[in-house]
Design a protein around this ligand. Sequence first.
Ligand SMILES: Cc1cc2nc3c(=O)[nH]c(=O)nc-3n(C[C@H](O)[C@H](O)[C@H](O)COP(=O)(O)OP(=O)(O)OC[C@H]3O[C@@H](n4cnc5c(N)ncnc54)[C@H](O)[C@@H]3O)c2cc1C
Length: 378
Amino acid sequence: MKIYSEEHEIFRSSLKKFIENEMEPNIEEWEKNRQIPRSLWKKLGQQGYLCPWVDEQYGGSGASFEYSAIFIEEFAKANIGMGIAGQSEIMVPYIVSYGTEEQKAKWLPGCTSGDLIMAVAMTEPNTGSDLKAVRTTAVKDGDHYIINGQKTFITNAISADVVFVVCKTNTEDDSLSNAFSLISVDDGTPGFVKGNKLNKMGMHMEDTGELFFDNCRVPTSNILGQEGKGFQYLMDKLQRERLYCVIWGQSMAERMLSEGIKYAKSREAFGQPIGTFQHNAFKIAEMATEVELGRTFTDSLITDYIQGKDIVQRVSMAKWWIAEMANRIGYQAVQLHGGYGFMEEYPIARFYRDVRAQTIYGGTSEIMKMIISRTLGF
Ligand SMILES: Cc1cc2nc3c(=O)[nH]c(=O)nc-3n(C[C@H](O)[C@H](O)[C@H](O)COP(=O)(O)OP(=O)(O)OC[C@H]3O[C@@H](n4cnc5c(N)ncnc54)[C@H](O)[C@@H]3O)c2cc1C
């Protein structure tokens, strides 16, 4: 299965150079600062890497999904900028699909140039998997909504200029098809307060935080799409989000495998490279097989997505299996490194920490299995 043409590969190699020169040398500093600077967003925007699929009239290149897949793959192989790639591939699609012309003109140019940072806020302290239990409300008051509630674990939360907040707009009818809406809130709106940046076990350079809404008034024109249809929009866009997670997890697994192989060839014990002990060679063979299976699955999903096929069942399968597989690869790759695998100077330590979140965000492995079993009639 060949997805990428020569032109795609040219794009990949220039992006790779950018990552090598402008991003990888800063990993330590960004991890320490718990933040990727805004200047990186702008540099990426200047080079045309952000939202390449968005129409040219808004600053994109109108590029096909292959370019998005390459963008996600290369960021994930470096394990940098999950929030940046996430904005391009998870958040901006909401605006393109459901925004009015006015909203598109207001937000998209900033997303493609890197001047605007966005977040999508679904999760709350009391609910993540069960979106029906969302408590944040947006009550209409003339031509405004008054938002009250709290969100947590939100990617890009602290730096966000605009947040799309999942709110309950219909407190009487709490059916998923009518109760929820997506409403944008600009940074600086009275009643909108950003909480602390959360102290995570990994993904240290990623900005993940809490958001509070206390009688926060926003114009009714801030609604994205139709009132009450938010859940439908989420269900639609979560497929692309899960494909993003699949590509990200698979690419991390590939990088971790290559780090494991590289180390197993260079490290000697008992007078021979550690990879030549049969146990380790077999482990590597198993890892390579799992990674190959994941790649085949990922590429077939990318192809299906490009062809406009319904991917709900298969993307849910891939989301849990690849996330769990990537965790197994991370575990084994650390083991191959021995004590050095536990040291920050080797990239595998950071990858091992960060890959853990793969089975959780974008829908947990258990929720993916629930979706799959439903598609099978259970
Ligand atoms: C790094 C990171 C970034 C994130 N970014 C965002 C973001 O940008 N926006 C956003 O809105 N959210 C974000 N999240 C939140 C993420 O989507 C949620 O953490 C996730 O959906 C799980 O929700 P929860 O944490 O409330 O866990 P819970 O829903 O409380 O689940 C706890 C455990 O119970 C299991 N469980 C729940 N229900 C069932 C069931 N029916 N059957 C079997 N098991 C079940 C879960 O699988 C899990 O193992 C992020 C999370 C992380 C870690």
